[in-house]
Design a protein around this ligand. Structure first.
Ligand SMILES: Nc1ncnc2c1ncn2[C@@H]1O[C@H](COP(=O)(O)OP(=O)(O)OP(=O)(O)O)[C@@H](O)[C@H]1O
Length: 357
């Protein structure tokens, strides 16, 4: 656990950046510091590896006061990743990744071998090994930055707005990959962002900071979205927090209504020709919706993505409902066979508005 005990930081010009911060950051999880600009997130992060010294209070790492740990040792055991990667421009990708192991006296060949392995871990092709940072895209540079931070096998990784400068698609890709990687490696990650969506996505715990480095709420993403502690958090989290909160609500209370399905090349079925029916292939796998009057062929299927499975979140199911031409999402089993369907009525009956608006 990393523990902030009554930590304050006042800069020499008198700015109070962090005021009496008390916070317990669990090991092996991702904790996000989020809040508007200037509220002391970066200052708090940098006090963990003593790039910034607290004015008062203590930061305990696994029960030891960080102020008592040798600065070099502390920095080596804590990785640091920043926006725009901060790579050394005159060093190749491989040399950048080898930096800390080489400083630690790891022989060159061994450090290079490990660096190549790390390139693989962060999804970089070996052909980039001898390129310089400017020859890489922003996303690729950020992958090198993460590989460089991981090279020292840190137990704690500090990430300060690591994905903020990337375009939305690359950003989403890196968020997905690195958060999976962090969980796999069991690394304790402390992650700074000003973006609540990113915080909710990557965080196991979220610390919402208000002006002056005051902690407004420290909780799970679900709690922050569904039970903001005060007006500041509610405003910061935003108006559509109810919709975001659906990501954390399961489908347990949802009861699907039976559906009529027809197979490709089946004979027409009796009933209202304008009714929506589920079209399936010969193995009964859902292809999409069609009107009963349409010819039951593959090309008659609409809304093939409007399906959900057991365990999907209410947000996924609501998306499927909204995307569906019939206004209903098909509940499918593992083999994609239709089990029933739900529309807005079933979602509301399962507590959609009551629990999350
Ligand atoms: N070296 C410094 N000297 C004086 N004031 C500083 C210094 N560094 C930061 N500050 C001030 O301390 C406050 C907190 O800054 P900090 O960078 O920690 O906030 P932040 O939440 O990370 O903001 P941002 O998202 O804009 O980076 C701000 O008012 C900032 O202007």
């Amino acid at each position: 656990m990393i523990e902030f005990r009554n930590v304050e930081k006042r800069y020499p010009d008198g700015t109070l950046a962090v005021e009496r911060l008390n916070l317990e950051i669990p090991f092996g999880k991702t904790t996000v510091f989020v809040g508007p600009s200037g509220c002391g997130k970066t200052t708090s992060l940098r006090m963990i590896n003593r790039m910034i010294a607290p004015s008062s209070g203590q930061i305990m790492i696994d029960g030891t006061d960080a102020a008592q740990i040798n600065t070099g040792e502390l920095r080596r055991s804590i990785g640091y990743v920043i926006q725009n990667a901060g790579l050394f421009p005159h060093r190749t990708v491989l040399q950048n990744i080898m930096t800390v192991p080489r400083l630690n006296g790891v022989p060159k060949a061994q450090a290079a071998e490990r660096a190549r392995l790390l390139m693989h871990t962060v999804g970089l092709d070996e052909s980039f090994a001898n390129k310089f940072p400017t020859q890489l895209s922003g996303g690729q540079q950020q992958r090198v930055g993460v590989a460089r931070a991981l090279a020292a096998e840190p137990s704690v990784l500090l990430m300060d707005e690591p994905f903020s400068a990337l375009d939305p698609i690359v950003r989403t890709e890196l968020q997905d990959e690195f958060m999976r990687l962090g969980a796999e490696l069991g690394t304790t990650i402390v992650f700074v962002t000003h973006d609540i969506d990113e915080a909710v996505k990557v965080g196991d715990r979220i610390a919402v900071f208000a002006k002056g480095g005051q902690l407004a709420q420290f909780d799970t993403p679900a709690k922050i979205l569904t039970q903001p502690a005060n007006q500041f958090v509610a405003d910061f989290v935003g108006r559509d927090r109810g919709y975001r909160g659906l990501s954390f609500a399961g489908d347990a209370a949802l009861v699907a209504t039976p559906v009529t399905s027809v197979r490709v090349d089946d004979a027409p079925t009796p009933g209202n020709p304008r009714d929506w029916v589920v079209l399936c292939d010969a193995a009964d796998r859902t292809l999409g919706w069609m009107r009963r009057e349409d010819p039951p062929r593959f090309e008659s299927a609409y809304g093939s993505a409007a399906v959900y499975r057991n365990g999907d979140s209410m947000r996924v199911i609501l998306d499927a409902v909204l995307m569906s031409p019939s206004g209903r999402a098909v509940h499918v089993d593992e083999a994609r066979r239709p089990l029933g369907s739900v529309g807005i009525e079933e979602l509301v009956a399962a507590g959609l508005t009551r629990a999350h608006a």
